[in-house]
Design a protein around this ligand. Sequence first.
Ligand SMILES: Cc1cc2nc3c(=O)[nH]c(=O)nc-3n(C[C@H](O)[C@H](O)[C@H](O)COP(=O)(O)OP(=O)(O)OC[C@H]3O[C@@H](n4cnc5c(N)ncnc54)[C@H](O)[C@@H]3O)c2cc1C
Length: 450
Amino acid sequence: MAETGMHDVVIIGGGIGGLSGAWRLRHRDVLVLEAGARPGGRLRSERRGDYWLNFGAHLFGESASPAGALADELGLEARPIPGDRMGIAFKGKVVAGGRSETFPLRLPLDLGARLSFVKMGLKLRSGVMRLLEVQKAVPGEPPGTRRMRQLSFENGRTLENYVGALTPDTELILRTITERTAADPSEMAAGYGLTSFAQVWSKHSFGRNLFGGSSRLPEAIASALGDRLHLNAEAISVEQKGEAVEIAYRQGGELRLVRARHAIVATPATVSAKILRGLPAETAEALGRIRYGTFLSAAVLTSETGPMPWDANYAIATPGLSFGVFFNQASTLRVGPRKAGGSLMLFRGARGADELIKLSDDEIARRFKADLEKLFPQARGIVEEIVIQRWPLGAPYSFPGRAALQSALTRDLGRLHLAGDYLEFPCMDAAIATAGEAAAAIELALTHPA
Ligand SMILES: Cc1cc2nc3c(=O)[nH]c(=O)nc-3n(C[C@H](O)[C@H](O)[C@H](O)COP(=O)(O)OP(=O)(O)OC[C@H]3O[C@@H](n4cnc5c(N)ncnc54)[C@H](O)[C@@H]3O)c2cc1C
């Protein structure tokens, strides 16, 4: 096995978590090992002229949020999304804009379904109000304490249990609008589902797109790291041995060994459970118990020459279609004169994605295109390109009892540090915040060795 020396820090995983940790520690001797052929993990976009195809994460928070702040720091432009982010298309009618309380009256539902929708809306609203109290930052408290409080909120029952019995139409709508959280209402914890509603309803969170595409963020860090980022480098084992961490990895068909004073393991929990050796039993078990749901997305380049009916929308949930959410990825470009062309992302998550992922790319593209034209007949003849992206580890969702795993995941592991979106509500902010905390702990330990 080839040995490649000793570093201050080795980071395993070049998703936004691992890369942002490396960015924080860039003044140190840091090495990032990424199994894939590109940096960014679940952030992926590709440029197409004035537009970009988007396959993964796309919604960024304000400048004060970890992802927003990182984009600002790297000189990237996160633009406010002008389009409406809360629409529902049901049985041939698109309802968007206005207050969400009015949706039950505007959607084509029978009286029973309307009443069921109103009841569900009231339950969700009251849950979100309680959650917002729980989420309030307490001055001086460590981030882990707030995280634990949030994870524990309504963690004893499922969302399905929390909202109670619904009519079939209302149940279908709820299932579709929560697919973006990677789980079915019967699987996810109530508090987790409520957190997703709190985010969608907030006027302040997740309202920006990175101009030019989300990949610009990992690419900017990768370019700053240069040869300190190794692609196609898959970690096989990571173990603390005395005063160092030993990492065995495979690159270019060769087995290599590298040592570091500290390591940040920023791989999905299921991978971390496999590659980490010598962990306390409860931590190894907790990593293995994190559950991921499937995501599937289709990036669609369009060639229209004039305005389209979706120009004023960003996101429309589409219960009953083969995709669950329609995203207009060109929304930030719809200010000023309307340019020809466009970019869409058709998304499916959770159980709907589990079924679709078994099909070929061609078949998924065929079904999505047919349903896109059903939703908007104006889409006929303008689809230039469809690229399918499968995300078997789409997002780690919280389930009843998940909060009880947190202390095993956040305990002191010496020279090993865990980071990733599975440590809180899964999003870029969670990955960046947890990696930032790991980087800060390492910086302190390197500056003041025991
Ligand atoms: C379709 C989709 C839409 C989303 N939308 C949003 C959104 O709008 N806003 C938002 O904030 N979040 C969104 N998310 C979630 C967001 O993408 C994730 O929370 C975040 O990117 C997770 O970052 P991470 O670094 O923790 O994990 P990852 O991005 O999964 O990175 C882990 C990295 O580890 C690498 N790896 C795996 N095994 C090994 C190994 N053995 N050795 C070395 N490397 C390894 C992987 O290749 C990967 O690059 C979305 C996700 C998806 C899939």
